[in-house]
Write a protein that binds this ligand. Structure first.
Ligand SMILES: [Fe+2]
Ligand SMILES: [Fe+2]
Length: 317
């Protein structure tokens, strides 16, 4: 929880921020922020850091199914990267006046802001490498956009490293998928995983542009592309790859429109116990599911917060 009121931390007016950006300069810290800029930057940074952080317990749980020790090692190095990515985000939030201990270790699980997809458990090695191919690709698309467009200098510069590591994660996924589709059993298992994970990753990019709530993300150059444009970018990477390896996905490139089209109802009702997709629903109903969080939310956050709660470090001593 922030202790100082946002108005006292961010001294600039909207006009000053806009003039600074129009002059082609980056925002380097609180001294260049208006309350609105600060609030928006905190929001997008929190989503990003929470996503990185929760991927660690999610991937760790699945990594226990690694077929061999060296494969477990690869998964652990990905997890280590994710924790470092999370640290970048939280550290920047600390610089923006947010209490980092509260944010990471004391915040209630349902208040974490990562995409709903991570609330659904990954139960096997196959599901882990499918997550690398789909979820890390989503992370790559989103963070590349921030890297190219963000007006917040410290985050922009830090993302040069993050981008390279995300490339390694999604290559890890793709290399495994290429290998596993060679047997009918492997291919069937991947198809089963992609069937529930593909739609969850489509949702990851958020509300369609005509329903988007936080327009300052684009107005202020926090990111460059809209949700729908980013969803297109993700499909342009994932759909051709899945076609190449013979895995069916409910989307295709429409040559006439020059864009990817989803071939099934979207958004849809999701049965989180069976991990199956059903009839088309409204975005309001999707928002309700997101806000309620999914099956693994509490367990994952508890995994991350347990040591803080059980081990006294005499903070500040
Ligand atoms: Fe990451
Ligand atoms: Fe990643």
């Amino acid at each position: 929880m922030s202790t100082t009121p946002i108005e006292d931390l961010a001294p600039w007016t909207e006009e000053q921020v806009q003039a600074h950006l129009r002059a082609g300069k980056l925002v380097e810290g609180l001294q260049h922020m208006s309350p609105k800029y600060l609030e928006g930057m905190r929001r997008i940074l929190t989503v990003s850091a929470d996503t990185e952080l929760v991927s660690a317990p999610s991937y760790l749980r699945a990594a226990s199914h690694a077929p061999a020790l060296n494969n477990f090692g690869s998964a652990m190095s990905i997890i280590q990267d994710e924790l470092a990515h999370a640290h970048i985000g939280y550290r920047l939030l600390g610089d923006l006046g947010v209490d980092m201990d509260w944010l990471i270790y004391e915040r209630p699980a349902p208040d974490f802001k990562y995409p709903y997809a991570f609330d659904v458990p990954l139960d096997s090695w196959v599901e882990l490498v499918c997550a690398n191919a789909l979820y890390d690709q989503a992370g790559f698309v989103l963070l590349s956009d921030v890297y190219h467009s963000s007006t917040f200098g410290p985050w922009k510069r830090a993302l040069a490293k993050v981008d390279k590591e995300e490339t390694f994660h999604l290559r890890h996924g793709r290399t495994w998928l290429r290998k596993l589709v060679k047997t009918p059993e492997g291919k069937a298992e991947i198809q089963q995983a992609i069937d529930w994970m593909f739609m969850l990753t489509l949702e990851w990019f958020g509300l369609p542009d005509d329903r988007k709530q936080h327009s300052e993300q684009l107005d202020y150059g926090f990111k460059g592309k809209s949700n729908d444009a980013l969803r297109q970018d993700w499909m342009s990477e994932v759909v051709p790859f899945m076609e190449e390896i013979g895995i069916a996905v409910p989307a295709h490139l429409d040559q006439d429109q020059g864009k990817f089209v989803i071939d099934c109802p979207f958004p849809r009702r999701f049965d989180e116990q069976q991990r199956t997709w059903h009839e088309e629903i409204s975005w309001d109903e999707v928002l309700k599911r997101w806000r309620a969080r999914g099956p693994m939310n509490r367990e994952y956050v508890q995994t991350l917060q347990r040591g803080y709660q059980t081990t006294s470090l005499r903070r500040g001593a």
